[in-house]
Ligand binder design. Structure first.
Ligand SMILES: Nc1ncnc2c1ncn2[C@@H]1O[C@H](COP(=O)(O)OP(=O)(O)OP(=O)(O)O)[C@@H](O)[C@H]1O
Length: 268
């Protein structure tokens, strides 16, 4: 059974370009120069339930745009998309209650209140019964070792502490599918390992499907059963780590960053 089926999925951004300075700003208001950019160009991808797939690519490749379409934040310009049996952009309650997203570069927690207060808001939004809520908070805070942090205002937490609290929030409603967009960015090695182990356990114990983007190849090697390489909005490789090594043409003991860089170079 597939968690995600995308066929010729495409996103074209329309935007206005502006010349520099005040004159350019005024000109842009009166006579905007319209541009289009194809960020995702007819990608076809099927992800079975329970898989951890790494979506990798250089900066600007189209990873975040793809994730935003898969989770319903952006409407595709063209193509077919089904995620857990739903069209994501419709954002039905059933769909939203079965997925979750965690962004390493963006907080989903309310900044000025405690994590617990954000969890209470989340509980209302997802209509989680009190007993289920209490049990989930207890389990997640223990597994992520944040029980002592959830009553502190979020702005006072370190990045590593906040990311673990972000995961408690993201997983509170027990999603079947988690999108993790660079979840370990900026974390020290200890925090990175803890988060990585947690995601591996989540997949193993709950069968949660995970779509991961990361520039950190050690995250990908530790977690992903499958890797899809995206560049200029197109999937140029889809396979496992061993196949990636083979295709890169790199020496057997080349490190993973070298392998990935060779793949990117061969496609640019
Ligand atoms: N709102 C937007 N309007 C116009 N162009 C956009 C918009 N958002 C992204 N883009 C462009 O679409 C392309 C893909 O961007 P995207 O953020 O999906 O890349 P990415 O692979 O996630 O990059 P990174 O690894 O740097 O985060 C880039 O060329 C980017 O400049």
């Amino acid at each position: 059974m597939s968690a995600i089926t995308a066929t010729r999925l495409t996103k074209v951004y329309k935007y206005s370009e502006q010349e520099p300075g005040m004159k350019g700003a005024l000109k842009g208001l009166v006579k905007p120069v319209r541009r289009e950019r194809t960020a995702v160009d007819a990608i076809t991808l099927t992800v079975p339930k329970g898989q951890v797939i790494g979506l990798l690519g250089p900066n600007g490749a189209g990873k975040t745009t793809t994730i935003k379409m898969l989770c319903g934040l952006l409407r595709p310009t063209a193509g077919e998309l089904e995620v857990l049996g739903h069209q994501p952009h419709r954002r039905s309650f059933d769909f939203l209650s079965r997925i979750s997203v965690v962004f390493g570069q963006k907080s989903m927690l309310w900044w000025d209140v405690s994590t617990y207060d954000s969890l209470l808001i989340h509980r209302e939004m997802y209509a989680i019964p009190k007993a289920t809520f209490d049990a989930s908070v207890a389990e997640l805070t223990e597994r992520l070792d944040v029980a002592h942090l959830i009553n502190i205002p979020v702005r006072k937490l370190s990045l590593g502490q906040r990311m673990r609290c972000e995961l408690v929030l993201a997983l509170l409603h027990g999603p079947d599918l988690l999108f993790a967009d660079e979840p370990t960015v900026g974390l020290d090695v200890v925090a990175k390992l803890a988060l990585r182990n947690f995601l591996a356990e989540l997949n193993r114990d709950h069968g949660t499907t995970i779509v991961l983007t990361s520039h950190d190849m050690s995250d990908v090697a530790a977690l992903c059963q499958r890797i899809a390489l995206i560049d200029h909005g197109v999937i140029g490789f889809d396979g496992d780590l061993q196949q990636l090594r083979q295709q890169s043409g790199q020496h057997e003991d080349a490190d993973l960053d070298q392998v990935l860089a060779a793949m990117f170079r061969s496609r640019s």
